[in-house]
Design a protein around this ligand. Structure first.
Ligand code: AMP
Ligand code: MG
Length: 345
C-alpha cells in the first residue's frame, strides 16, 4: 500500500476524513503521542488497526471524540464525578472508561462491555476526528512493542506501506500516553499514569485509587485491569537496566559496567540527563533533557529509546527518576521498557 503523508492543512483533514469514513487508517498527532485512527463504530475498520500494529486482539482501543455530546452517544451512563472530571480536563490527556452502548462494537473494545473515551487537546486531532465521523479509535501509531511515536517520522518508520495516510503536524507536546481512569468501579481507579496526576484528579473528584499493578512487574494476583498494561511495551531491542541511587554512585557504577563491557568487546549505551552527560565514558550517551524538567524528560523518552535501536548497542544503562507526582508516569514507562530490571545502589 502507498501511504500518503501530508502536513496538517484543511485539505489534509478533508482527505483524512474521507479515508476514515471509507474504513481506512489515518495516523495523526495528538498532544500525547501520534495515534493510528480508524472509525471506532466500524468493526472492520477497527480490525485493520490490530492488523497494522500487530496488536493483540484483547487489547482494547480508546475512542477519541471532539465534543462532549458524543460521549453520551456511546456510553450507557456518565457518573457525576466523570462529568466533573471531563469538564475540568477535556480536551486533554485523560481517558475515562464507562459501560458501552451497543453501537460500540466488541471489535473496538477487545470484547469488553466497557469503552475507553478521550477528547484530545490538539487541533489537528479534533479536526480529523470530526471529519472522520466523530468517533475515532486511535491507539498509538507504532508497531506493538515498539516505543510510541512522538513524530510523524516515527510513525513512518513503523507503518509506512501499511496504512493509508499520515498527517504530520510536528513533534507532540507531552510524549507519553494519557492517564486512564476507570469509572466502571464504585471508586474510580487509575489504570495507567500520565501527565495528569492522581493528585490533580482527586482535587476535582475526591477519592481515586491507583491500580496496584502499575509500578510492579505483573505477577500472579496483580493483573493490571487495563489489558494493554500486561504486554511488554516501549521496549528497545537491547537489554535495558535502570540504575537507581545517589547520583555519583550511579555514574560510577555505569562507567564501571561500560569499561567491563568494552573489555569484552561489547557496545554499551547510556540514557542520561543533561546534568550528567559529560560524565559518562560510554561511546553512546543520549540525554532525555534536564533532570530538573520532567516534562522535557517525558517528551524525549520514546524518541531516545528509538534512537538506541539505531545505535546497535548490546546493553543500555538508564538513570532513574523519582516516582513522585511528576516522575510516576515516566518511571512506569521506563520500568516496562526495562522489563522491570532495576539495580538499587
Ligand atoms: P493505547 O491505545 O496504545 O494508548 O492503549 C490503550 C490502553 O487503554 C491499553 O492499555 C488498554 O488496555 C486500555 N484500555 C482501553 N479500553 C479499555 C477498557 N475498556 N478497559 C480497560 N482498559 C482499557
Ligand atoms: Mg500503545
Amino acid at each position: 500500500m502507498n501511504t500518503i503523508t501530508k502536513a496538517y492543512s484543511p485539505e489534509a483533514v478533508k482527505e483524512a476524513g474521507g479515508i476514515l469514513k471509507a474504513g481506512g487508517l489515518v495516523a495523526f498527532p495528538t498532544e500525547t503521542v501520534y495515534g493510528l485512527g480508524a472509525d471506532a463504530l466500524d468493526e472492520a475498520a477497527a480490525a485493520k488497526i490490530y492488523a497494522a500494529k500487530g496488536r493483540p486482539s484483547d487489547n482494547p482501543l480508546i475512542v477519541h471524540i471532539a465534543d462532549i455530546e458524543s460521549l453520551y452517544e456511546i456510553v450507557t451512563e456518565v457518573p457525576d464525578k466523570a462529568k466533573k472530571l471531563a469538564d475540568a480536563m477535556w480536551p486533554g490527556p485523560l481517558t475515562m472508561i464507562f459501560h458501552k452502548k451497543d453501537i460500540v462494537p466488541y471489535g473496538t473494545t477487545g470484547g469488553l462491555d466497557s469503552v475507553a473515551v478521550r477528547m484530545p487537546d490538539n487541533k489537528a486531532a479534533l479536526d480529523i476526528i470530526r471529519a472522520g465521523g466523530g468517533f475515532i479509535a486511535a491507539p498509538s501509531a507504532n508497531t506493538s512493542g515498539r516505543p510510541s511515536p512522538t513524530s510523524a517520522a516515527h510513525v513512518a518508520e513503523d507503518l509506512a506501506g501499511t496504512i493509508d495516510m499520515i498527517v504530520d503536524d510536528g513533534e507532540v507536546e507531552i510524549g507519553i500516553e494519557s492517564t486512564i481512569v476507570d469509572f466502571t468501579e464504585e471508586i474510580p481507579m487509575i489504570l495507567r499514569p500520565g501527565r495528569i496526576s492522581l493528585r490533580e484528579i482527586s482535587a476535582v473528584i475526591g477519592e481515586v485509587r491507583m491500580d496496584p499493578g502499575i509500578l510492579s512487574k505483573p505477577a500472579e494476583g496483580t493483573r493490571p485491569k487495563a489489558p494493554g498494561m500486561r504486554y511488554r511495551h516501549y521496549a528497545p531491542k537491547a537489554e535495558l537496566v535502570i540504575v537507581a541511587g545517589d547520583n555519583d554512585k550511579v555514574v560510577g557504577y555505569i562507567n564501571d559496567k561500560v569499561a567491563t563491557l568494552r573489555g569484552e568487546g561489547k557496545k554499551s549505551a547510556v540514557l542520561s540527563t543533561d546534568e550528567n552527560k559529560e560524565a559518562y565514558r560510554s561511546d553512546i550517551v543520549r540525554t532525555v533533557g534536564k533532570r530538573s524538567d520532567y516534562r522535557e524528560v517525558a517528551r524525549n523518552l520514546y524518541k531516545v529509546l528509538r534512537e538506541f535501536d539505531e545505535d546497535g548497542a548490546d546493553m543500555i544503562y538508564s538513570e532513574c527518576f523519582e516516582e513522585d507526582e511528576a516522575g510516576y508516569a515516566i518511571m512506569n514507562r521506563l520500568l516496562k521498557a526495562a522489563g522491570y530490571k532495576i539495580i538499587r545502589l
